[in-house]
Design a protein around this ligand. Structure first.
Ligand SMILES: CC(C)(COP(=O)(O)OP(=O)(O)OC[C@H]1O[C@@H](n2cnc3c(N)ncnc32)[C@H](O)[C@@H]1OP(=O)(O)O)[C@@H](O)C(=O)NCCC(=O)NCCS
Length: 169
């Protein structure tokens, strides 16, 4: 990890960032046990995101020329959302996410925006742990879902308790 550095996205990162988006999709496929998430070519979601947020809002972590983490800032009126946020699977748990988060927080401070938000899916307990440890300890909105599908039974897992109510995730 000697040459670890965080920097803004550049055009030559395109394939690495598509691969990271694929890894992010794979993570969601695993936690929901659903191979259909993200469709046939999940890497192309990165291209759409790039078009939406702009290259100057995407940050990567690089180790000896290899992109091992990626995150983007989505600017809204009074807050900035971090979406996505992903570290290559073999590099997780080594402080890469923390380093990337420090860069993003500095950038949002520089932009002069007060709030930063993250919206991990509720089943992504590891991401929630990571974000909480990174300083996201305030709950904003709570998105509550009702499943109208007939095959919904058994699909959802036991989730957290909030306001004395047991939620599924
Ligand atoms: C979540 C993620 C970005 C964290 O990145 P990382 O590089 O592994 O995290 P770090 O090594 O910098 O860890 C920073 C802190 O978070 C904690 N943390 C990281 N992953 C964790 C996990 N799976 N479970 C519990 N805590 C975790 C670490 O213990 C560390 O805390 P510490 O300083 O007290 O030891 C990474 O695991 C990932 O890419 N996950 C898949 C994609 C994803 O879910 N993204 C978020 C939703 S978009």
């Amino acid at each position: 990890m000697s040459a670890l550095k965080t920097r803004m996205y550049k055009t030559s990162d395109l394939n690495s960032c598509r691969d990271l988006w694929i890894e992010l999709t794979e993570h969601h496929r695993q936690i929901y046990n659903s191979s259909g998430i993200g469709g046939d070519n999940p890497g192309l979601f990165f291209d759409r995101h790039l078009e939406k947020v702009g290259a100057e809002r995407i940050w990567v972590v690089e180790d000896e020329g290899q992109v091992i983490g990626m995150a983007a800032l989505v600017l809204n009126d009074d807050e900035v959302e971090i979406e996505p946020f992903v570290v290559r699977s073999e590099w997780r748990g080594k402080g890469i996410g923390q380093k990337l988060m420090e860069t993003l927080v500095s950038e949002v401070r520089r932009l002069g925006v007060r709030y930063i938000c993250v919206r991990p899916v509720a089943r992504n307990r590891e991401a929630a742990d990571f974000f909480f440890k990174s300083g996201f300890d305030i709950l904003g909105h709570i998105q509550m879902l009702m499943d109208l599908s007939s095959d919904g039974v058994g699909k959802w897992e036991e989730g957290p308790t909030l306001f004395n109510r047991s939620f599924r995730v």
